[in-house]
Design a protein around this ligand. Sequence first.
Ligand code: HSE
Length: 382
Amino acid sequence: MKVAVLGFGTVGVGVYEMLKNAPALEAGPVLVRPGKEDTGFKVSSIAAITSDPEVGAVAEVMGGTHPAYEYVSAALEAGKHVVTSNKALVAAYGPELAKLAADHDVAFLFSAACGGGVPFLHNIALAVESDRIKSLGGILNGTTNFMLDAMQSRFMSYPDALAEAQALGYAEADPTADVSGLDALRKIMLACAVAYGQLPDEGLCREGIESITADDVNHFQSKGLTCRLVTSGGLSENGSLFAYIEPVLFPASAPECSVLKNFNMAKYDGENAGRIVLMGQGAGRWPTASAVVRDLCDILHGRRIMMKPDCLRVAADNSSCAHSYYVRLPESEISRLPVEKAECFEGVARVITKPLSVLEMHQIAAELRKEGGSLFFAALGE
Ligand code: HSE
């Protein structure tokens, strides 16, 4: 199958090189910006690809929602299979694109959009055919995991750790999406859509690592704790969907502590299978390109659907998930929290709360910040 590649950045170059060596696949034209068509295989018009009868599939790795949405729609309407690594695109337009693919009897797969080389969505799509998934999530952003690991093990400052993650090609073009948790939140939206046929796009709670300081990391280390940015999704007992992201503190015995550098740890709990854990590189050229090519091979094996064409958009409800939190905040604001214990020094309080819901904790943090207060919080993990 001849594959056209949309985009020739970090992932696009990797996909193109892998296609040249994949036995059942062939590298086709590559879409680049006008003026960048410096060699024969590059084109700058999507029509050159959609009208090419030899092209059987399109790999969209350009990122961003526009013009990616228009290009992917055009490819599907032209009867080309599409695979993409673009989580922003699928989080925003997944249901429409899944329906368009079904209407034209072609595949729309996006395993590379969640977990880099880790076959998370690939396995969830298989698992839902035989089991009920109770919950899913894990460490799904390579950039922030790299940064948290570097801050803890190499005592790097936050800006230096971010700069190194960018230089290694892990971060998004705008790394705000990584450090704010938006990138991983989009991934959990996709995972829920695959697992439950429901895309949660409202009511999501999001806390990234932008507020963490070297002092916080030192404090965690002195207590034998490791901080990781963790996404969680699943079905509550009342049948509603929960979906959120927040930093979590783990004791040394937790497997999350051994997730280093740009690695991801994705997991899901099947009603019958129990817990399944997948670990691997969640970002970078070759891991992500490998997931794109894996989806293309899956198409050759007959897979067409990852998100059902009737996938619904729903609001998440994070009011029934509860745990204790570590919160660092001004000592003067301590009464805002249900305090279990607190350490105060020079006007700064480090509090362990009594259990409170994810929704409540994120609301308290938002209110405090609105009033100009600065804080960092992390759930206490097991
Ligand atoms: N910026 C993303 C990450 C790339 O760091 O995980 C892979 O999705």
